[in-house]
Design a protein around this ligand. Sequence first.
Ligand code: MN
Length: 470
Amino acid sequence: MSYKLTVGLEVHAELKTKTKMFCNSANDPFNSEPNVNICPVCMAHPGTLPVINKQAVRHVLRVGTALGSNLADFTEFDRKNYFYPDIPKGYQISQYKYPLVSNGVLAGIAIERVHLEEDTASSSHEGSEGSLVDYNRAGVPLMELVTKPVIHSAEDAGRFARELQLLLRTLGVSDANMEKGEMRVEANISISKTDKLGTKVEVKNLNSFRSVERAIAYEVERMTRILDGGEGEIVQETRGWDEVAQKTFSQRKKESAHDYRYFPDPDLPKLKISEIPEFSNEALKATMPELPWEKRERLVREYGVKPENAEAFTVDSKLGGLFEEAVLATDSDLSVVTLLENYITSDLVGLMKGSDSFGGITGATLAELVLMIKAGDLSSRGAKDTLAIMYAEGGESRAIAEKNNFIQKNDIEALKKIVEEAISANPTVVADYKSGKVALIQFFVGQGMKASKGSGNPAILKQLFEEGLK
Ligand code: MN
């Protein structure tokens, strides 16, 4: 019998606000000049007092609203005491007993809580000058989301983290780039053969979705080896992720909550959320944009978009915007939706080569392009070529197609002449066709396409040859 994996995630995200969590210093942790966005409050000078950033509180309440969570009525901030040079006060202001948000669900995963705290400074231990600390990040508003331990595969953990990133971006509360550390995922991992959870380890420094998935898979292997191989017991500890070696490594034995001596911060007021009108449930709901899962569902329901393309248009909202603009420009002609989906997700994305530029293409010109295909004016080959020219130079589909002779010949008289010539030029093939080798019709269509220099409409040619060969 194999082990059952159980994972709980803790995700920190830097919130987008003008100023820091408890002072007026700019929230700009990536300023190239170190230690410029600081002030006596975030540098913990004696006699200074913190002030709560309302925008940061609103961000977390909006996340809670999107997740269908319970929003706290009473909430307070606590001190989490520990020493490290990146935490000048000797404690981090966080939330312990009364988080702003509890419960809720995302991507099918139950959420325990979402609370608000402050980020630490960033330290660097590279170079010859010893360790350096940059306090630009100290005091930046930080949201911490904790899931319940209900994730049972590495893939589900990765899926959850991706969906959370998309939600934070959709709400505009965080840029949530993992490689920049704006969103940081920690995974609490255990395995067990019974319903009782096994000893967990916490893996940190996961700075991509891939490393989240790989670290979990690595831990499952490592723990299984320990338990099955009689190599002693799993130790409860914090482990790091080595991106180069693709392995986790032991960092330190895990502290317990009581080691931090949490207690309510006496310098900050307790909040009664219901006393703040703009934080009422209705007021917060009114600030909700269309959420990712609502958009996926709507694209499928309203336009019949394929689920994988609904996903692409949701994850890349710019691409989704172009798609919807194009649909509207066709007067919502749903018969061309599949064409639009295909030309955007395959041809246009190919032309974009990883950039976010649509070049000279707009929703209106895309609409015209697919309507021309539908009318039989453009073959798929001609459409691809038109699209490439439009991407590079801009302009309107019909004008480009006309200028470059991409318009399909639907002129029946001209095509009939081509058909007659092809039939009289190939008497043996005609005889074979008439003796039953009907697949030879493709040969004739090919001859017709050749004679029309690719501009003949193959469907019409086929029909004319079938008639001519009777
Ligand atoms: Mn935290």
